[in-house]
Design a protein around this ligand. Structure first.
Ligand code: FES
Ligand code: FES
Length: 503
C-alpha cells in the first residue's frame, strides 16, 4: 500500500511478502512494524510513520550518526533500521548497549556494512560526541565508495532516510509493474500486488534440505591422504535491493545499480533489457521487478569447488564450469590439476566478490602453513594477501575477534574505507562459518527466503578491528584482499575443515 498506492518510495522492499529483511520497517504509533506483512486494516485509525516522516531533529541526528560512522553503504536497509532505532528510542531503550542494539537488529538484514558501524551509529545517536574537528570530504568519500563497489555509490542523508532513487523508483504514475510468473511469462498490472496475483506467484519457501557441497572432493592417489581438503557450497550474494529497472517506450532504463555494486551480482542482470523490451512491446512505461525468489533463482552464485591437495601443492581442484575460474585457480595454485565440471545448479559468475580467487588463497594459505611445518589445528590464524588490484590485507582471526591491517593506497576517506573493510570482513566470516544455499540433486534451489542463506546476525558477528595504513599511493580497491584474508584466516582458525560452512 505504501509504495504502490500512496507512492511512498522511501519505504523499501527487499523481500516482500516474506517479512524477513526489515527494509520496509515503519512505525505504527511509535512501534516498529514490518510493513510488508502488516495488513492495512490492522493499522486503521493509527499513525504510520516512515523514516521520511520522523521529526526534523530525529532525521538530522540519525543521518548525522549513520554518516559519521560509515553505517550506510547502498542504503537499502538503512531507513528501516533507522525507524526501528527511533521506535526503541521513543520507548526509552538504551541504544548505546550492544545487546539492546543486537536485539533490535535481529529483525533486519544489512549485507553491506557487517553491522558494526550500525551499532556504532546507534551509540553515536544515543550520545552524540562533540563535533569532530576533522572535516570530511564528501567527494573523497564517494570516490572511495565507488572504488570499493565498482560503480557509483554515495552515502548522503538521503540514503539514510530513504530519499535515494533505486532501480524501481521514480517511475511515472502510468508505469505498469511486470512480474515473471512460474511459467516464465511476464504478467503486468498497475500494482505489484495485482501483478503477482495475475502471475500466480507463490513466494519463496524455506526447506529442511541441508545444504551440501555439489562437487565431491577428488580421491587421493592410492595409499595416500590429502594434506588439505576443501569443498564449498552454493552461496547467495544476497544483495538487499532485488534486481529492478523501469523504462519508457524508446527511453533508457533506470539503473539497477543506482547506488551500489551488489558485490558483482548484478553486473549482467537482464532487467534493463527486459524493461526496455516490455515498454516497447506494450507502448507504456514498465517496471520490471524481481522478487527475492527471482533474484535467488536467476542471480549468479560463486562457483562451488572441491579440492584435495598434497603439502607440495600438487593435487586436484574441481570447479563448477565458469569462464575464467580455471585460470584464476592455476594462477594461485600452479602445481594443482584444475578440472572443470558440469554440475546442475544455479548460474555462476566470476564477477562476485573475489570469487574463486579467495578460495584459491584459502588453499594457498593452508599449504604455506603446512610447508612451514605448522599444523592446521589452531584457534588463532593470521593470513596476509595481496590482491591483483594491489591492496594488502593482513587478517588475524582469534576467539577475541578479527584484527585487520590494510594498505589500499590513499584511503581518501578513512571512515568510508573502514566501513567497506568491515563489510567485506563480515561477508567473508559469515560465508566461511554459516552461509550456504540448499540446492537439490537436480540443481533446483530449495532455499528461497532471505533468512535461509545463513547470513551472520549482528549478535553473532565478532568485533572487527581495522588499522588503515596512511599512504600517498593511488587508491586501490581493498574489498577483495580483505575478503580473501579474512576467509582464509577464519577457515584456518577453525582447523581448515574439509567443508564450508564450518558451522
Ligand atoms: S520487504 Fe518487508 S521485511 Fe523485507
Ligand atoms: S547498507 Fe545495508 S544492505 Fe546496503
Amino acid at each position: 500500500m505504501l509504495r504502490d498506492h500512496l507512492g511512498i518510495e522511501t519505504v523499501l522492499d527487499g523481500c516482500s511478502p516474506q517479512g524477513q529483511c526489515g527494509c520496509c520497517t515503519v512505525l505504527v504509533d511509535d512501534a516498529p512494524r514490518v510493513a510488508c506483512v502488516t495488513p492495512a486494516r490492522r493499522v486503521a485509525g493509527r499513525h504510520v510513520t516512515t523514516a521520511a516522516g520522523l521529526s526534523a531533529a530525529e532525521q538530522q541526528r540519525w543521518s548525522d550518526a549513520f554518516l559519521a560512522c560509515g553505517a550506510t553503504q547502498c542504503g537499502f536497509c538503512t531507513p528501516g533500521i533507522v525507524c526501528r532505532f527511533v521506535g526503541h528510542e521513543r520507548r526509552g531503550a538504551d541504544l548505546s548497549d550492544r545487546t539492546t542494539v543486537d536485539k533490535a537488529l535481529a529483525a533486519h538484514l544489512c549485507r553491506c556494512t557487517g553491522w558494526q558501524t550500525i551499532r556504532e551509529a546507534a551509540a553515536h545517536a544515543a550520545a552524540p560526541p562533540s563535533p569532530d574537528a576533522t572535516e570530511r570530504d564528501p567527494d573523497a568519500a564517494a570516490r572511495r565508495a565507488s572504488i570499493e563497489t565498482g560503480g557509483p555509490q554515495r552515502s548522503v542523508a538521503a540514503s539514510v532516510l530513504g530519499g535515494f532513487d533505486f532501480g524501481a523508483d521514480a517511475a511515472p504514475p502510468s508505469t505498469l509493474t511486470a512480474i515473471a510468473g512460474p511459467d516464465g511469462n511476464w504478467h503486468t498490472a498497475e500494482s505489484l500486488t495485482e501483478a503477482r496475483r495475475r502471475a500466480g506467484k507463490v513466494q519463496g519457501r524455506r526447506t529442511t534440505l541441508e545444504p551440501s557441497p555439489p562437487i565431491e572432493i577428488p580421491e587421493p592417489p592410492p595409499g595416500t591422504q590429502w594434506a588439505v581438503q576443501l569443498a564449498t557450497c552454493w552461496t547467495e550474494p544476497a544483495y538487499l535491493e532485488t534486481d529492478a529497472a523501469w523504462c519508457e517506450p524508446g527511453g533508457n532504463p533506470s539503473d539497477p545499480l543506482a547506488n551500489g555494486g551488489a558485490f558483482g551480482g548484478k553486473t549482467t542482470s537482464p532487467v534493463r533489457d527486459e524493461a526496455r523490451q516490455l515498454a516497447a512491446d506494450l507502448d507504456q512505461p514498465v517496471r520490471v521487478l524481481w522478487s527475492r525468489e527471482d533474484t535467488v533463482r536467476r542471480g549468479p552464485k560463486r562457483p562451488p569447488l572441491a579440492a584435495g591437495l598434497s603439502t607440495n601443492g600438487t593435487g586436484i581442484v574441481r570447479i563448477a564450469r565458469t569462464p575464467g575460474a580455471a585460470d584464476v585457480l592455476r594462477s594461485v595454485l600452479p602445481h594443482a590439476e584444475v578440472v572443470e565440471v558440469d554440475t546442475p545448479g544455479p548460474p555462476t559468475s566470476m564477477n562476485l566478490r573475489a570469487a574463486v580467487w579467495a578460495e584459491a588463497q584459502m588453499l594457498a594459505a593452508a599449504l604455506s602453513r603446512l610447508q612451514a611445518g605448522e599444523l592446521l589445528e589452531a584457534t588463532t590464524a593470521a593470513v596476509e594477501v595481496r590482491s591483483p588490484e594491489g591492496a594488502t590485507a593482513s587478517a588475524t582471526v582469534s576467539p577475541d575477534g578479527i584484527e585487520l591491517h590494510i594498505d589500499a593506497g590513499d584511503p581518501l576517506d578513512e571512515v568510508t574505507l573502514r566501513s567497506y573493510v568491515i563489510g567485506a570482513s563480515h561477508m567473508a566470516w559469515s560465508w566461511v562459518t554459516s552461509e550456504a544455499l540448499s540446492v537439490d540433486a537436480n540443481g533446483e534451489i530449495q532455499d528461497l527466503t532471505i533468512r535461509s542463506f545463513g547470513i551472520a546476525r549482528s549478535a553473532d558477528t565478532p568485533h572487527i578491528d581495522v588499522t588503515i595504513k596512511p599512504s600517498q599511493q593511488p587508491p586501490v580497491q581493498a574489498g577483495n584482499a580483505v575478503f580473501a584474508a579474512v576467509a582464509a584466516a577464519t577457515w584456518l582458525s577453525r582447523g581448515a575443515p574439509a567443508q564450508l560452512p564450518t558451522s
